[in-house]
Design a protein around this ligand. Structure first.
Ligand code: FES
Length: 150
């Protein structure tokens, strides 16, 4: 079935089943492979995108639930003020190790910064708790978020 979705400011018509997860539409239909598959069960955060500015798990978000919403992915987050600050801080603090989870980390961090310009440690912990990093880059993630905020 055809669905009109808006991704990174652009409308796309996609012909997929109603319950197709947004993650697979982004990756397989639209060719936006920056959003990653980790667990497929909303447990790891690798697939995080923004839906109307809020961080959501695209692996469990059916396509028919995003029609009419603004979706932002890692490909365009650097065009938002908070996303640009977060990406710059990620580079300055050399946060990335293997990199696989980092799209999701950046999407969660930029959603936090967009709604809270000066997050406390517990705000950061709360916003980032759902994003798992097997390399253990958590200390650098927190430093980068703090520097982007301050
Ligand atoms: Fe979506 Fe893990 S792939 S939370």
């Amino acid at each position: 079935m055809a669905h009109m979705i808006k991704v990174n400011g652009k409308e796309h018509q996609v012909d997929v089943d109603d319950d197709t997860p947004l993650l697979w539409v982004l990756r397989d239909v639209l060719g936006m492979t920056g959003t990653k598959f980790g667990c497929g069960m909303a447990l790891c955060g690798a697939c995080t995108v923004h839906m109307n500015g809020n961080a959501v798990r695209s692996c469990i978000m059916p396509i028919n639930a995003v029609v009419g919403s603004e979706i932002t992915t890692i490909e365009a987050i650097g065009e938002t003020p908070a996303g640009k600050r977060i990406q710059d801080a990620w580079l300055a603090h050399e946060v990335v190790q293997c990199g696989y989870c980092q799209s999701g980390q950046i999407m969660s961090a930029s959603a936090l910064l967009a709604r809270n310009a000066n997050p406390s440690d517990s705000d950061i912990d709360g916003a980032m708790a759902g994003n798992i990093c097997r390399c253990g880059t958590y200390v650098r993630i927190r430093e980068a978020i703090k520097s982007a905020a301050g």
